[in-house]
Design a protein. Structure first.
Length: 359
């Protein structure tokens, strides 16, 4: 179904280009209506996919976790079309997944992992079921925020996107909500973990709130939006310069793109233990972005850990897959987190991780 809509979109754009210079105004108006309707269909399909995925979460993880979705708020939108309109300036509302191990003893305290998803307009999907199962086996409470700009919640939420901006504070709000409302979560054992765009959000959370996290992992993190605008395609750049998003190109406002780039804010890292992973054959986040981040952290005299993997199969997804190598690398991540979060159980061997995720 989605492929049909994509084909329709391509044909529609082609038709609009053909007729862009035409003098037939009624035809132009009809094409514009079709474009808007196609956009409407895409968001409806995203909602449907989200509902299906919510059912799949229960099917694939419900045997080891209590799964909930909570509706909470973050800061107001960073820009309003009409600042004086009714409701302008209200906090942004968004959903967050919460995963609690079924082995939990509510008289004890458990560590929390904050887990922002990746994607310019992504969402927390069952792509991560095996990783959530691994986290449940270790006894972590997990919150996965569907921050502003996430797909599956309609056009309005989609267009609230603030990449590298207030979405970071949505994730921080989700963390705070858990600590304020779940008394079996230990406020002194909180970590944040994310890949790609989620890695960027993890980095900015510890940059902005250094006293609130005991450790962080950033996998293949988007690190330099200025460089990214240079090596990506025009259609990708258009996502950022859309009116509802940054609204300008990097050429027009390079400092705005620097502000949203971890590599250009490396001096903000304080004492939060940080592990960074990247892969030289990553076809999404080019290794040069993460190398810039690493060099910037070193130049600022920051203490952190990192590993640059050489051409590991899977590219951008190299340590999130179901391969033996990916599981071995995830063991390194879990051992790093365990040093600071002291979960009830630590996965130490491939047998442990296989039993947790694939039983």
């Amino acid at each position: 179904m989605k492929s049909i809509i994509i084909v329709f979109s391509s044909l529609l754009l082609f038709a609009m280009n053909v007729w862009s210079q035409a003098s037939n105004e009624p035809l132009k108006e009809e094409l514009e209506k079709l474009k808007k309707y196609n956009n409407h269909l895409e968001h409806r399909l995203d909602r449907l996919e989200k509902m299906v995925d919510d059912v799949r979460w229960q099917q694939r993880v419900g045997d080891v976790a209590f799964i909930d979705k909570i509706y909470i708020t973050g800061p107001p939108k960073w820009k309003e079309k009409n600042p004086t309109a009714q409701g302008a300036g209200n906090p942004v509302k968004f959903w967050s997944y919460v995963f609690i191990p079924k082995t939990v003893n509510y008289s004890k305290k458990y560590p929390l992992l904050v887990f922002p998803h990746g994607g310019v307009h992504g969402d927390f999907t069952t792509y991560y079921t095996h990783i959530i199962r691994e986290m449940m086996a270790q006894g972590y409470i997990v919150v996965a925020p569907e921050y502003r700009g996430s797909t599956g919640y309609g056009k309005a939420h989609y267009e609230k996107i603030d990449y590298g901006g207030l979405e970071v504070e949505d994730v921080y709000s989700a963390k705070n909500h858990i600590l304020e409302n779940y008394d079996f979560v230990d406020a002194d054992r909180v970590g944040i973990i994310g890949w790609s765009h989620g890695g960027l959000i993890a980095l900015f959370n510890i940059f902005n709130h250094p006293d609130d996290y005991q450790c962080a992992f950033a996998g293949v993190p988007v690190s330099d939006l200025v460089a990214r605008m240079g090596y990506k395609t025009q259609s990708y750049r258009d996502l950022y310069s859309a009116d509802y998003h940054i609204g300008k190109t990097a050429y027009e406002d390079v400092n705005e793109y620097r502000r949203r780039s971890p590599a250009w804010n490396a001096e903000k890292l304080q004492n939060t233990p940080l592990l960074i992973h990247t892969n030289t054959n990553d076809a999404d986040v080019n290794v040069l972005e993460v190398e810039h981040l690493i060099k910037s952290l070193k130049a600022a005299g920051k203490k952190f850990e990192y590993e640059i993997f050489k051409d590991i199969p899977g590219g951008h997804s190299f340590d999130r897959m179901d391969t033996k190598k990916a599981r071995e690398i995830r063991l390194k991540i879990y051992k790093f987190l365990a040093r600071y979060l002291n979960p009830p159980k630590v996965l130490k061997t491939l047998e442990d991780i296989n039993r947790a995720a694939y039983r």
